[in-house]
Design a protein around this ligand. Structure first.
Ligand code: ADP
Length: 316
């Protein structure tokens, strides 16, 4: 449904994206994840026909974004990062305007306005001036304009940026409710957001795609070792030395912030939890907690985009 083939864009002599290739199939919800400046908005602006690439091809529904931009635009609902709205208009007037831009008139306009107002939960604020609304409601209005005329593809650029935690939850729920009806490409620098909403993640860094997979597979593929966290009562440093020499253990870290906490990195192929628990008991220590730690998408992202391994705890 969305295709990027070798997309490259230079701003002057600066390459913002280089040879970006990916596809989003019909019905998929894909996250476009990367730190600020990675090139997400640049790729999105090309896909939404706002500017041509320096090289490469962008297509939506098999139609070239550059050669047939009007046809592509009619298939896309786009929520740009800064959500440009006319603050002096009421929600109704603005949505009527959006419907007009999308070529609707008469009864079709009224029907579509009623539909998007209901989908986005805007009934209460329908006749209010946009400038007087909270940021959360403004974002709903932005989504509503993207949904007018029911486009098959939604492209949402950082849809929760600048919102407070409650508003973020509301907007994420709203996007989740749209998953059944639309193919969605959602850009974000917030990792849990993408993991929560998307079936698949494209990770972009410094203008290039560095990984693509489901949030779950990315975790298991990239998790080179398993990490076991345990908390014990008693002399911890000797235990750390004993565990470090145990077969299958790669590294043991004693936490400085959390007394009695040990992080044990082990070979992924073996579950060493029972052996570790036995070692603790054998040394006459009390085992307060023992659990397998999942690498978060955030950890994986750091593994992918940083050359140096990231260590939060200091080995003693
Ligand atoms: P993201 O959306 O991931 O934050 P952008 O696509 O906005 O990334 O930016 C990618 C790179 O291109 C950055 O280095 C940014 O400074 C640069 N850039 C973005 N827009 C412009 C522009 N209009 N002119 C010059 N450089 C730009």
């Amino acid at each position: 449904m969305i295709e990027a083939q070798g997309l490259t864009k230079f701003y002057g002599s600066l390459p913002a994206i280089r040879d970006v290739t990916f596809r989003v199939d019909q019905g998929e919800v894909v996250g476009f994840l990367g730190p600020n400046g990675a090139g997400k908005s640049t790729a999105i602006r090309i896909l939404t026909c706002y500017m041509p690439p320096t090289a490469g091809i962008a297509k939506v529904d098999g139609i070239d974004c550059f050669a047939s931009s009007l046809q592509v635009r009619s298939r896309i609902g786009y929520l740009p990062e800064n959500n440009p709205l006319y603050n002096d208009l009421t929600v109704s007037r603005f949505l009527r305007f959006a419907a007009g831009v999308k070529g609707l008139s008469g009864k079709n306009t009224t029907r579509e306005m009623d539909r998007v107002v209901a989908v986005c939960g805007l009934e209460k604020v329908r006749h209010r001036i946009i400038g007087h609304l909270s940021k959360g409601y403004k974002q709903r209005v932005g989504l509503a304009q993207a949904l007018v005329n029911n486009p098959p593809v939604l492209i949402l650029d950082e849809p929760t940026i600048g919102l407070d935690p409650t508003q973020i939850i509301e907007i994420r729920k709203l996007i989740q409710s749209l998953r059944e009806q639309h193919t969605i490409l959602l850009s974000s620098h917030i990792l849990p957001e993408v993991a929560q909403i998307c079936q698949r993640v494209l990770i972009i860094n410094k203008g290039q795609i560095v990984a693509t997979d489901t949030p779950g597979n990315l975790t298991s593929q990239l998790q080179k070792s398993a990490q076991i966290s345990l908390k014990v009562e008693g002399e911890i440093n000797q235990l750390a030395a004993v565990l470090e020499s145990h077969e299958g253990v790669q590294k043991v870290t004693v936490s400085r912030e959390d007394a009695g906490r040990l992080l044990v990195e082990t070979d992924r192929s073996r579950d060493l939890r029972p052996e570790i628990a036995r070692k603790v008991i054998e040394r006459g220590l009390s085992l307060l907690e023992l659990k397998l730690v999942d690498l978060s998408l955030e950890d994986i992202f750091l593994q992918l985009v940083t050359e140096e391994p990231v260590q939060e705890e200091t080995q003693s």
